[in-house]
Design a protein around this ligand. Structure first.
Ligand SMILES: *Cc1c(COP(=O)(O)O)cnc(C)c1O
Length: 520
C-alpha cells in the first residue's frame, strides 16, 4: 500500500470512473457477500471488542494512499482494521443500552436511498422524498393511533404533520426552539434567560443539552426528582409546584419534556396529567418516546401513549426498536408550521414555484440542517415488507424474551429485579446483603466487568435511586431465546465467581419480596 508523499508528482489516471457501471454489479455483490458473512459470523465474535485505545493507528497507514486499490483490498482492510474494533451491535448477544434494530427490509431500503442519493431539502429538490416522508409518517401515526391532528393528511384543517429527523436530540432541540420563540412572543418579548424548561431526573441528558444549545439559562432547566415509589415517573403535582414557583418568581415556563420509556428504566411519565399542568401555564408538551414508542404499535401497549392527544409534539425512533436502522426519528407536531416559523429560511438559490405556491412543505424548514437523507424510504420499506402484523410480532417476541429473562432473575434469590419490567428491558442486580450498598455496588460492578470481559454478552448499567443496577435490554435483531438463556447462564456463572466463598446463608437475607412498586 503506497502512502502519500508530500513531494510526489501529481499522479494522473486515465479514464478514472468512480461509478463504473460496467463493474458496479460485481462491486455491489462484493459488499453483499461481506455483509452476509458478517451477520453469519457475528454470533461467534466478541460482542465488546478486545482492543485498546489507539488500536487502529497500528493497523492502518497514517497517510492517505497515493494510488488507489481494488475494492477487494479495501474490504480486506475493513476485515483487518475495522471489524476487530467493532462493538457488535448486530450480535444476538448484545443486551446493552437500547439495541439498534435493523431488518433486511431497512437494509435494502437504505441501500437504495443511498444509491439514489437525493438531497431533499425542498419539495422540488426531490418530490418523492418529501411526499413519501409525509405518507410514511401518516402511516406510522395510524399505527400508533395518534389523533388525526398529528397527520398531514388530516381533514381537521389544522397544521399537523411530521418530519423525520436523524435523532431524538434533534427532535427535542427543534421543538424546544419553536416553544422558546412562541413563549417569547406570548410574553411580550421577554429575554430567553427568563424562560424555564422542565423534565425529570430521568429525562434523557440530551434534553439539558438542547436547552444549552437553545440558549436557556442553565439555572432554568428543572430536572424534577423522581422516586421508586412512583416507578421513577415524573409526578405531575411536583411539576405543578415547580411551574407555580417559577411563575411566581417572574419566570416563564415554556417547555416540558415528558418521557414514555425512560432510558435508565423505561419509566412512563403520565402524559395526561402533565398536559393538564402544562395547559395551566401555556407550556409546550413534548413526548420523548424514543424507545418505547415503538411498542405502542401493539394495542396492549398503546395505553402508555394515552394523553399524547394533548401534547404539542411526539418523537419516536424506529431505529431503536422498529427494525429501521440508524438513523430515523419520527417527529409529529399538531402545529407543524411552528417549526418553520423558528427554523425556516428562504435563500434566493432555493426559491422555486412549488415552495411559493404554499402547496408543499420544504423539509429544510423543519430541521437543523439543510441537506437531508432520504430516510423515509427505509421506513416505508420496513412497513411495506413486514406489515403491521410483522412489526407487532417483532415487538411481542422481544417482550416475551425479556419476560422470560425477568422470570429467571426472579427465580434466583441472589438477585433482585429493581423495577418491574414494562417493555423489553430488565433492570436487576445482585442484592445488597451483609456488606450493604457499597458492597452491592462493588459486586455488581465486578459482575458487569466479568460478563462483558468474556466477550460472550454485552450488558450495561445505570444508577436508580442510588443503587448501581444492571440493564439487560433484549431486542438485538438476531437475538433468540437461546441467546437470552445462555446470557443468563453466563451471568449466573460469573455471579458464582463474584460471590465466591460467601455462604449462601448470608445471602438468604431479609428480602421477602423482591419488588413492590405501584405502577399506574
Ligand atoms: C435513546 C434515547 C434518546 C437519545 O436519542 P438520540 O436519537 O441518540 O438523540 C433520547 N431519549 C430517550 C428516551 C432515549 O431512549
Amino acid at each position: 500500500m503506497g502512502s502519500l508523499d508530500a513531494n510526489l508528482p501529481g499522479v494522473t489516471i486515465d479514464g478514472f470512473k468512480p461509478l463504473d457501471l460496467d463493474g458496479l454489479r460485481e462491486q455491489l455483490l462484493l459488499s453483499v457477500d461481506f455483509i452476509v458473512d458478517y451477520y453469519k459470523n457475528v454470533e461467534t465474535q466478541p460482542v465488546l471488542p478486545q482492543v485498546q485505545p489507539g488500536y487502529l493507528r497500528h493497523i492502518m497507514p497514517a497517510a492517505p494512499p497515493a494510488c488507489g486499490a481494488t475494492l477487494e483490498d479495501a474490504l480486506r482492510d475493513i476485515h483487518r482494521g475495522v471489524l476487530p474494533g467493532m462493538t457488535n451491535w448486530a450480535s444476538p448477544n448484545f443486551f446493552a443500552y437500547f439495541p439498534a434494530t435493523l431488518g433486511s427490509a431497512a437494509l435494502v431500503g437504505d441501500f437504495i436511498a443511498s444509491a439514489l442519493n437525493p438531497v431533499a431539502f425542498t419539495w422540488l429538490s426531490c418530490p418523492a422524498a418529501t411526499e413519501l416522508e409525509e405518507l410514511v409518517l401518516d402511516w406510522m401515526a395510524q399505527l400508533l393511533r395518534l389523533p388525526p391532528a398529528f397527520r398531514s393528511s388530516s381533514d381537521s384543517g389544522g397544521g399537523g404533520g411530521g418530519v423525520i429527523h436523524g435523532t431524538t436530540s434533534e427532535a427535542i432541540l427543534c421543538t424546544l426552539v419553536a416553544a422558546r420563540d412562541g413563549a417569547v412572543r406570548r410574553a411580550g418579548g421577554v429575554p430567553i434567560s427568563r424562560l424555564v424548561a422542565y423534565g425529570s431526573d430521568q429525562t434523557h441528558s440530551t434534553f439539558a443539552k438542547a436547552c444549552r444549545i437553545a440558549g436557556f439559562d442553565q439555572a432554568n432547566v428543572r430536572l424534577i426528582p423522581t422516586q421508586l415509589g412512583s416507578g421513577y415517573a415524573l409526578v405531575a403535582a411536583r411539576l405543578r409546584d415547580a411551574m407555580a414557583a417559577d411563575a411566581a418568581a417572574g419566570l416563564v415556563p415554556a417547555y416540558v419534556c415528558a418521557t414514555v420509556g425512560t432510558t435508565s428504566s423505561t419509566a412512563v411519565d403520565p402524559l395526561g396529567l402533565i398536559a393538564d399542568v402544562a395547559a395551566e401555564f401555556g407550556v409546550w408538551v413534548h413526548v420523548d418516546a424514543a424507545y418505547a414508542g415503538s411498542a405502542c404499535i401493539c394495542p396492549e401497549f398503546r395505553r402508555f401513549l394515552d394523553g399524547v392527544e394533548r401534547a404539542d409534539s411526539l418523537s419516536i425512533s424506529p431505529h431503536k426498536w422498529l427494525l429501521t436502522g440508524l438513523d430515523c426519528t419520527c417527529l409529529w407536531l399538531r402545529d407543524r408550521p411552528r417549526l418553520a416559523e423558528s427554523l425556516g429560511t428562504n435563500p434566493e438559490y432555493l426559491k422555486n414555484g412549488p415552495s411559493e405556491s404554499g402547496l408543499v412543505v420544504d423539509c429544510k424548514d423543519l430541521q437543523v440542517g439543510v441537506g437531508r437523507r432520504f430516510r423515509a424510504l427505509k421506513l416505508w420499506t420496513v412497513l411495506r415488507t413486514y406489515g403491521v402484523a410483522g412489526l407487532q410480532a417483532h415487538i411481542r417476541s422481544d417482550v416475551e424474551m425479556a419476560r422470560a429473562f425477568e422470570g429467571m432473575v426472579r427465580a434466583d434469590r441472589r438477585f433482585e429485579v429493581v423495577v418491574p419490567r414494562r417493555f423489553a428491558l430488565v433492570c436487576f442486580r445482585i442484592r445488597a446483603w451483609g456488606g450493604g450498598e457499597a458492597a452491592a455496588e462493588a459486586d455488581n460492578r465486578m459482575l458487569l466487568a466479568l460478563v462483558n470481559g468474556s466477550g460472550r454478552a454485552y450488558v450495561t448499567h445505570t444508577v436508580l435511586g442510588g443503587k448501581y443496577v444492571l440493564r439487560f435490554a433484549v431486542g438485538s435483531t438476531l437475538t433468540e431465546h437461546r441467546h437470552v438463556a445462555s446470557a443468563w447462564d453466563l451471568i449466573r456463572a460469573k455471579t458464582d465467581e463474584v460471590l465466591g466463598g460467601r455462604p449462601l446463608e448470608e445471602l438468604r437475607v431479609v428480602f421477602p419480596s423482591s419488588c413492590q412498586v405501584a405502577l399506574d
